[in-house]
Each structure stands twice: as C-alpha cells, then as structure tokens.
Write a protein that binds this ligand. Structure first.
Ligand SMILES: CC(C)(COP(=O)(O)OP(=O)(O)OC[C@H]1O[C@@H](n2cnc3c(N)ncnc32)[C@H](O)[C@@H]1OP(=O)(O)O)[C@@H](O)C(=O)NCCC(=O)NCCS
Length: 210
C-alpha cells in the first residue's frame, strides 16, 4: 500500500515508523481549514459518512492512547459495522465539520436477551476539535437516543490515565464501578482500565426478553 500520498485536500497517508503501517494524518491544508472553521454539527451517522468516519477513527486509534484499536479496522469492516448498527437502531452520532467527520459517539446494544437493556459506548473527537464542547454534545445526544431505544444502562471501560475522557463521563452522570488492573497493554506498558456506567433514572421495558 502506498503511503505519504494525499487522500483528499485535507488528509494524507503517512507511514507510522513504529509499526511500519500506514496511518491517516492531517495535511497543512487541514490545519488551515480547522483554523478557519471551528463549528461542527452533531448528526446521526449516514452511509455517506462512513469513509470519513473511518478516517477519524483511524486518526484517534493511531494516537495509541485512547482506543482499543491501534488502527481502524479495514474500511469494509467499518462499513459493515455502521450499516448493521443503523439497521439495529443503535445510537450513532457524528460531529460534522462540512462533510468531514471530526468526532463520533456510538452505543452498541448487547446481544443476549437478559443484557439487551445494556449498550457499550465508544467515542472520539479528532485532536484539533477537542476541548470545544463536541464530546459533551455527542454523549448527551447518544444518551438521549439510547433512552428512546430502551438502552437504560450505558457502559464502557476507559484507560485510567485518560483524564479528559473521565472528566467528561463524570460530568455527564457516569459513575466508576471498578478498576480492571493491567487491562491494557500497549507499547510495552500495562495500564489499568476503569469500568464506568450510566443508568437512565426511569427504566423502560427493554422489550426484548425471552
Ligand atoms: C474524550 C473526548 C471524547 C472529549 O471530547 P471533547 O470534545 O474534547 O470534550 P468537551 O470539549 O466536550 O469537554 C467536555 C467536558 O470534558 C471534560 N474535559 C475536557 N477536557 C478535559 C481535560 N483536559 N481534563 C479533564 N476534563 C476535561 C470537562 O468536564 C469538560 O467540560 P467543561 O469544558 O465544562 O469543563 C476527546 O477528548 C477525545 O476524543 N479524546 C481521545 C479519544 C478518547 O479518549 N475516547 C474515549 C475513549 S473511552
């Protein structure tokens, strides 16, 4: 696969010297774009956002500090994941700057009947757009959609040193439930993870039981 090639006006691929794999990265044009336009809007993801969502996912994953992925899964796997998630009515929001995905928040409903009221949350905002309130808007919108979908318990594990994310989760009503010791191993080091969850106060019948 070719690296160090422009993908479009705002993105290019570079080779990650540590892993010798390709990563998406921002071009100078993208930085200029960010400096000029800082507003992004929160929308439910649509099939035409998938390529851009994949690039945003890869960019955050390549930081190697926040997500379980260290690269985005292949584009076709991501497409299948999003389309299936839409079909199942799972919450999946994106922050769009123009037609570019700069952040996302999705909640995947658990499969087994006795766990069908539970959903696992995943989210990220690409670095130039952090600290502008997008994470807060994404998570509040996803919580609202989860409530409508009958997902009353939203949960995930977060790396214990991810103070920005933990700050956001606490602010939006998530509570710590326990520490998963040495749950993460990246670049030769172990990290604890913290289990966190939010429970919608008025539980509705999740519908799917039996
Ligand atoms: C975590 C993340 C999604 C937050 O999104 P964001 O757009 O930067 O967050 P916001 O600007 O909406 O901030 C909302 C709240 O988060 C908390 N927060 C933000 N930055 C923080 C920081 N540096 N330290 C502690 N808390 C912070 C604050 O409570 C903040 O509210 P406030 O501004 O009123 O104080 C984003 O930083 C990100 O994508 N990080 C990398 C990927 C990641 O960690 N994903 C989650 C994996 S579990």
């Amino acid at each position: 696969m070719n690296c160090d090639i422009p993908v479009n006006g705002q993105w290019y691929r570079r080779r990650d010297t540590r892993t010798d794999r390709c990563c998406f990265s921002k071009s100078e044009a993208w930085d200029e774009y960010v400096a000029m336009t800082v507003s992004a809007t929160i929308k439910p993801i649509r099939p035409e956002n998938i390529d851009s969502f994949h690039r945003a996912l890869d960019e955050v994953a390549c930081e190697r500090k926040y997500l379980t992925f260290l690269h985005a899964p292949p584009l076709e796997d991501t497409r299948e994941f999003v389309l299936k998630s839409l079909q199942q009515g799972n919450p999946h929001l994106v922050a769009l700057a123009g037609d570019q995905v700069v952040g996302w928040c999705d909640i995947q409903r658990h499969h087994f009947p006795a766990h069908a009221h539970r959903g696992t949350l995943g989210m990220g905002v690409i670095a130039p757009f952090r600290g502008q309130g997008l994470g807060l808007q994404l998570i509040e919108s996803a919580k609202e959609q989860a409530k409508e979908a009958g997902i009353s318990r939203i949960e995930f594990n977060v790396r214990a040193d991810n103070q920005r994310a933990i700050g956001l989760y606490r602010k939006t009503g998530f509570a710590e439930e326990g520490v998963l010791r040495d749950a993460i191993f990246v670049d030769g080091a172990f990290f604890d993870a913290i289990g966190m969850a939010f429970l919608h106060p008025h539980h509705t019948d999740p519908g799917e039981s039996g």
